[in-house]
Design a protein around this ligand. Structure first.
Ligand SMILES: [Zn+2]
Length: 147
């Protein structure tokens, strides 16, 4: 594991808001301070939009955070036509990565169904109709996800 991305306050603020909004609904109740999140130039041909892992030794000695989320800026922007789509896409990817964290703090494997469910619930195409998950009412989210 390498830590070669750029830490972002903006991304962290998105995570913090998502954790607050979806805590005890779809996201685990964890401290936002335990999440380090950064932009990574993963390339537009990469298969991943975002990824999460637990920060391992020796990095764990130097950082207080437990989780590292990397957001592939190139890949997300390659799928977006404008700033709004990009923003909503980034929020959705952050949300998905946070969903990897289980209630016991461990990570669950990538669940493609989970991601596809979100896309299906909000329209065809990954980003074109993706709403802002921070602005959406949780009741609306429940309805769309059928919960
Ligand atoms: Zn995943």
């Amino acid at each position: 594991m390498a830590l070669d991305g750029r830490k972002s306050k903006k991304l962290h603020s998105i995570c913090k808001k998502l954790l607050k909004k979806y805590k005890n609904f779809t996201l685990a109740d964890i401290e936002p301070e335990s999440v380090m999140i950064m932009w990574v130039d993963g390339g537009s041909s990469a298969k991943w939009l975002g990824r999460i892992r637990i920060i391992q030794h020796p990095y764990s000695v130097f950082f207080e955070e437990k989780y590292l989320i990397e957001i592939n800026k190139d890949k997300i922007s390659a799928n977006c036509e404008n700033k709004k789509q990009f923003k909503n896409g980034v929020i959705a990817v952050c949300y998905h990565e946070l969903k990897h964290i289980r209630d016991d703090g461990k990570l669950k494997k990538h669940d493609i169904e989970d991601f596809v469910d979100i896309l299906k619930a909000f329209g065809v195409g990954p980003y074109t109709k993706m709403p802002n998950l921070l602005k959406m009412e949780t009741t609306e989210m429940r309805k769309r996800l059928g919960r």
